[in-house]
Design a protein around this ligand. Structure first.
Ligand code: Z57
Length: 838
């Protein structure tokens, strides 16, 4: 049905075009209107939640007009678009970000004040959109912000989970998982009940001959409906408002099957509905771990098939030839989770659109790019062939054909290397046979990238080595990760952002982060250093209050705040940190009161979620809390050491924590953390870091200078030999670490048995993560941190210098690199004044 208004009637639309508020009075009017009409409440019945809702609706209205115009403009210009496929988007809160990006936070602040509310309290009513686990999901969110800010025509595609990452409670020192009820009220999404796609599962493949040509027809065994929900993504200081489309699953053909219902088969009717809704029900809570569950594969195909249908539908409107598809469409695969998109596009082109295999494959490989985010073997996705066969019978055939043609070409190029075929095959000939998703992603893409220099080198020399031989080095590239300075500086740390603006000629640095380099000439400015230090102190006071409110522990904001917040994982080595804390505690206990007086007070702050099934990670949380319980009430120690575990670490908590850190810990075993991005957030907020030579730490060091970072530990190139030596040589444990273990085993921190597995991992099971090897260097480096912190003036200078050199780590730089090297897309210039015209 043609839904476009005919030309003669368009005049009336133009006459009545919506004008958004621009000042306080206009904003207040909108808030009152939403309170009284949309929410059906009044000034006698308006709490902070109502104020939040009405404020959000006012900004949402504004965004949606920009969003519409952005889409019209992109459609009219018909240039190449980017599609970012990610199973995770860790967005955090939307309101504060929307107010800042459209430049009307001050207006809202004044308006809300007149209406009787403090903006900070209103903003805090919002529940985080936590549709992700950690770094990978947050990277996707930062990329959306940069894509919009830089005016790229780009869409994100993801799943609309009913439940995002679980809420973490700490009960008796243990993690307890509670469901995340984030959708109760969400003004930031627009259901598009008219945008639906039927998704097939199961069934069989039949061959049919049509006009002398044999085609494969997939007869589905089950159909589930995908419904689109759109989330507007505002750019900073630009009218561009891009779209994040999230798919929700629903039983196809209405609420439930009335045929079955009326014939008395209520149960199976309800069961069908529930089975359909289960697909988008919950985010898998694993970070850097794949567990091969059927429902996860269903999620992946559901989301990928709906997204591709949508992309293809949009392409077809332009009536171009299929060969132009890669000129109009770039699809980026965020990790291997969307790899089935490669197979699905090949299926659409060959089975449905009738293209020849080779022609279709050329289009497919020119369209996709694949980003790898890890080298950890337990995180590399593999699916049992039998499961794929059962769920997606036609896709398995296509995967076999892709593999056949690929292996034929490899055999031709490497005729003498039989083992090569076994090594690079997309099908692993194991029991059971497995589909190696990373290999499929490489074969089906034109570019493969890692997320930091070391990581990109590692994938080329280890897990993907053979593919570099096959395709040559140019298929592999690096795009070092970045973060959006809008959220991670301007929004999280408004006072620091303002101070920086006063030295960098205004807010332009938020769009060109290299302008931070202007700070360097003010490093010697005493007044500037003083204001800088005051802001850090105020941020620490705010965090100290949060610690008091949530844990009851009083910490002194004058202490050195030492922070490690990230997912709990053995490779990230929170255990190294807490063993170091115990070592510090024992040293303090061994001192005379006079010696203690000379020590620097420290607060060790931890935060992060453990995957619910990751037993060892949960033990680490328990040890941290057990150490805290002893240390925090030890009167010999007082303020000299406090150990805090912050419950339910998430994006909005990170926005409070990052600005309050003096030193943060990025201490993964060398070669295991692909990039890390919180390292960037902490330095950008004027904190120093202690870290290993791993991931982006290496490039941060190169940018800010070796004297501004505390590096320690073994290097990535030595890890393999050390591990080998642990297993096959004699393995002696660091003597200081041994004392820590003995203290734990004495029962100082509770039942020793609770922690025996953590100790055994080091003493008996080969210390895979090199905790003992790095312990001495770690302790020594923390002593250097203490010494450096004593000279506050020098410390502040290091912080300012570091911030001034962080320009490289903006996600704007990443997006420009992807656009240039991988996507071949350009921004769409926007005319701020044109409203209807493109
Ligand atoms: C995840 O958060 C990351 C990698 C994965 O393979 C999965 Br699954 C989840 C992280 C890396 O661990 C970080 O080092 C990296 O900074 C982040 O992805 C973004 O690239």
């Amino acid at each position: 049905v043609e839904a476009s208004i005919p030309e003669p009637q368009r005049e009336a639309w133009k006459r009545n075009q919506i004008t958004s508020f621009t000042d306080k009075d206009g904003f207040e009017k909108e808030v009152v209107r939403h309170v009284e009409t949309t929410l059906a409440r009044s000034m006698f019945n308006c709490d902070e939640i109502a104020a939040y809702s009405a404020t959000s609706l006012a900004f949402r209205d504004r965004l949606i007009t920009h969003w519409n115009r952005t889409q019209q403009r992109q459609t009219y210009r018909d240039t190449k678009r980017v599609y970012y496929l990610s199973l995770e988007f860790l967005m955090g809160r939307a309101l504060d970000n929307a107010m800042l990006n459209v430049g009307l936070k001050n207006v809202a602040q004044d308006g809300l004040a007149e209406l009787g509310f403090r903006i900070e309290d209103v903003v805090k009513q919002e529940h985080d959109a936590a549709l992700g686990n950690g770094g990978l999901g947050r990277l996707a969110a930062c990329f959306l912000d940069s894509l919009a800010t830089l005016n790229f025509p780009a869409w994100g595609y993801g799943l609309r989970y009913r439940y995002g990452i679980f809420k973490q409670e700490i009960i008796d020192g243990y993690q307890v998982e509670v469901p995340d009820y984030w959708l109760d009220f969400n003004p930031w999404e627009f259901p598009r009940h008219d945008v639906t796609v039927d998704i097939q599962f199961f069934g069989q493949v039949n061959k049919k001959t049509v006009g002398g040509k044999t085609i494969s027809v997939w007869e589905a065994g089950e159909i589930v409906q995908a419904v689109a929900y759109d989330v507007p993504i505002p750019g900073y200081d630009t009218p561009t408002t891009n779209n994040l489309r999230l798919w929700s699953s629903k039983a196809s053909g209405g609420e439930f099957d009335f045929q079955k219902f009326n014939s008395g088969d209520y149960e199976s009717s309800v069961a069908d509905q529930q089975r359909a809704e289960t697909i988008s029900a919950v985010l898998y809570p694993n970070d850097n771990l794949e567990r091969g569950k059927e429902l996860r594969l269903k999620q992946q195909y559901f989301w990928v098939a709906a997204s591709l249908y949508d992309i293809v539908r949009r392409f077809k409107k332009s009536r171009r030839s299929w060969n132009e598809f890669p000129d109009q469409v770039a699809i980026q695969l965020n990790d291997t989770h969307p790899t089935l998109a490669i197979v699905e596009l090949q299926r659409i082109l060959v089975d449905i659109e009738g293209l020849e295999w080779d022609n279709a494959w050329e289009i497919v490989t020119s369209t996709f790019g694949y980003t790898n985010h890890t080298v950890l073997p337990e995180a590399l996705e593999k699916w049992p062939v039998g499961l794929v066969q059962h769920l997606l019978p036609r896709h398995l055939q296509i995967i076999y054909d892709i593999n056949l043609f690929f292996l034929q070409s490899v055999e031709k190029a490497f005729p003498d290397d039989r083992d090569m075929l076994r090594r690079v095959s997309i099908i692993e000939e194991s029991q059971p046979k497995m589909v190696r998703m990373a290999f499929l992603a490489i074969v089906g893409s034109h570019k493969v990238n890692g997320v930091a220099e070391l990581h990109s080198d590692l994938i080329k020399t280890t897990i993907f080595k053979d593919f570099v031989e096959i395709y040559g080095p140019d298929k592999f590239t690096n795009v070092t990760n970045g973060i959006t300075p809008r959220r991670w500086l301007h929004q999280a740390n408004p006072r620091l952002s303002e101070l920086i603006a006063s030295k960098c000629g205004g807010n332009d640095f938020l769009k060109d982060l290299t302008l931070l380099n202007q700070l360097e000439k003010h490093v010697e400015d005493k007044q500037f250093r003083k204001e800088w230090a005051e802001i850090k102190y105020a941020n620490k006071v705010r965090l100290a209050k949060h610690i008091k409110d949530t844990t009851g522990v009083v910490v002194n904001p004058a202490s050195l705040f030492d922070v490690q917040v990230k997912r709990i994982h053995e490779y990230k080595r929170q255990q190294l940190n807490i063993f170091g804390v115990i070592h510090r505690y024992l040293s303090l206990k061994a001192m005379t009161p006079d010696q203690r007086k000379k020590q620097l007070p420290r607060v060790s702050i931890f935060g992060g979620k453990a995957a619910p099934g990751y037993w060892m990670a949960k033990q680490i949380i328990h040890l941290i809390n057990s150490v805290g319980a002893v240390v925090n009430k030890d009167e010999d120690i007082g303020d000299l050491l406090k150990v805090i575990f912050l419950e339910d670490y998430n994006v909005s908590k990170a926005e409070m924590i990052c600005p309050a850190s003096d030193i943060s810990e990025h201490i993964s075993t060398a070669g295991t953390e692909a990039s890390g991005t919180s390292n960037m957030k902490f330095v950008l907020n004027g904190g120093l870091i202690i870290g290993t030579c791993d991931g982006a730490n290496i490039e941060i060091t190169r940018e800010i200078g070796e004297s501004n970072i505390f590096l320690f530990g073994n290097l990535s190139e030595d890890v393999e030999d050390l591990r080998h030596a642990h297993t096959y040589g004699s393995h002696t444990i660091d003597s200081d670490l041994d004392k820590v273990f003995n203290e734990i085993e004495k029962g100082t921190f509770g039942t020793p048995h609770d922690f025996s597995a953590m100790i055994a991992a080091v003493r008996q099971h080969g210390d895979y993560y090199l905790v003992s090897d790095d312990f001495h260097s770690y302790i020594e480096t923390h002593q250097l941190v203490d010494e450096a912190y004593r000279n506050q003036d020098e410390w502040i200078a290091k912080c300012i210098t570091s911030v001034s050199r962080m320009g490289f780590f903006t996600s704007d730089r990443c997006i420009n690199e992807y656009a240039e090297e991988i996507w071949n897309v350009e921004p769409l210039a926007v005319d701020r004044h044109s409203i209807w015209g493109p």
